[in-house]
Design a protein around this ligand. Structure first.
Ligand code: F3S
Length: 65
């Protein structure tokens, strides 16, 4: 799976790094950062990534299998 973070849409709700702490982290201002900048998601982290996609209020995260 590959995910994309649209930082211009992220307003810092923080749900992504709360729900998917192995996929996302936060910068100093609470905006999301991808732990792996390539966006590649290991198979065992796909459930976390899907949860983040589903729960970002700004739809800042998208993904494709
Ligand atoms: Fe940003 Fe959405 Fe996460 S607004 S901090 S990408 S939950």
């Amino acid at each position: 799976m590959k995910i994309n973070l649209n930082l211009s849409a992220c307003t810092g709700h923080g749900r992504c790094y709360a729900l998917a702490p192995d996929v996302f982290t936060a910068d100093d201002q609470g905006h999301a950062e991808l732990i792996d900048p390539s966006g590649a998601v290991a198979d065992d982290l796909v459930d976390q990534a899907r949860s983040a996609i589903a729960n970002c209020p700004e739809q800042a995260i998208t993904g494709a299998d």
